[in-house]
Design a protein around this ligand. Structure first.
Ligand SMILES: NC(=O)c1ccc[n+]([C@@H]2O[C@H](COP(=O)([O-])OP(=O)(O)OC[C@H]3O[C@@H](n4cnc5c(N)ncnc54)[C@H](OP(=O)(O)O)[C@@H]3O)[C@@H](O)[C@H]2O)c1
Length: 267
């Protein structure tokens, strides 16, 4: 399998490294198109791919083309890419907010996938949800699934419209988690705990709690009850969260993210 990645930034490089690490694609079968000299030089030093500055006929040899440029750069890039595509290639977009239909129209190409990864992909702990154009076969879906899974988990969505919800849940999700961690650390500082100590306490707690959640058959409500004894400290914190509608406000935040994703997708 030969893969081209257009855009050698954070995400493009993450995928190239993951393909190589998982032995799914060999280094000289990965081609990265990146316009910045310094980024190309770094990629060359890493030896994870062949690198080029512009889209050219080399792309015709690739079975899969991943578009990893920023959404606002796609229109210009598509004008170039459409000259170097053939019908059997699979185009996989990881760009936020550009629909499969839009990509098909701009490229004049049918076999298009739309994927939404997240940043833990850098460490192999990502989750990517993806949708495919109508005309794509089960076999092609399976090939793309295997590629995306090299960065963590992947999940196929039959309904492309749900990619906006995915963007709100997992695409933006890491930032919500950092936000909660940040405020827990701030609270620790207000109580007189030094920042590095507060950070260690909170980060290890999040990791430990995640492990319990991932290994337990209990519901989240039951897990909360296990920590919050009657009349105790946790209960005091949870009562304050409820009084201030923290949970509902978090849900509102995610709804706002989904709404913004829809606005971006509709241009
Ligand atoms: N970061 C996330 O959490 C996340 C999550 C899900 C999806 N995504 C999507 O992933 C995509 C890439 O994000 P990123 O954070 O990796 O962006 P990035 O670091 O800016 O990488 C994109 C790279 O592509 C280059 N580029 C632009 N046009 C090009 C062209 N025509 N040919 C070759 N190279 C070109 C850019 O150069 P310039 O800097 O000069 O433009 C930049 O170096 C975005 O569409 C984003 O929506 C990101």
């Amino acid at each position: 399998m030969r893969v081209a990645i257009i855009g050698g930034g954070n995400m493009g490089t993450t995928y190239a490294r993951a393909f190589l690490k998982s032995n799914i694609v060999q280094a000289d079968h990965i081609l990265i198109v990146e316009k910045h000299d310094e980024k190309r030089e770094e990629l060359r030093k890493e030896g994870i791919a062949k690198v080029t500055s512009d889209i050219n006929d080399e792309l015709l040899k690739c079975n899969i083309i991943i578009s990893a440029v920023k959404p606002q750069d796609f229109k210009v890039m598509a004008g170039e890419l459409k000259k170097h595509l053939h019908d059997n290639q699979l185009v996989v977009s990881i760009m936020a907010g550009i629909t499969i239909k839009n990509i098909q129209q701009l490229l004049g190409h049918k076999k298009v996938f739309r994927a939404m990864p997240n940043t833990p992909a850098q460490l192999g702990f990502g989750i990517t949800a993806f949708a495919a154009a109508q005309e794509i076969s089960f076999e092609d879906i399976s090939v793309v699934d295997t590629l995306l899974e090299t960065t963590g988990k992947s999940i196929f969505m039959k309904d492309e419209n749900l990619i906006d919800a995915v963007t709100a849940l997992s695409g933006s999700g890491p930032a919500y988690f950092y936000y909660i961690v940040k405020h827990m650390i701030e609270a620790g500082k207000s109580m007189g705990v030094e920042e590095p100590v507060a950070a260690m306490l909170v980060k290890q707690t999040m990791l430990g709690a995640f492990q319990i959640m991932n290994n337990s058959k209990s519901s989240l409500d039951d897990m909360i009850k296990m920590v919050a004894s009657k009349g105790g400290t946790t209960e005091a914190a949870l009562r304050t969260f409820e009084e201030k509608s923290v949970g509902l406000n978090i849900q509102d935040g995610l709804m706002a993210a989904e709404k913004r994703a829809k606005e971006l997708s509709n241009g």
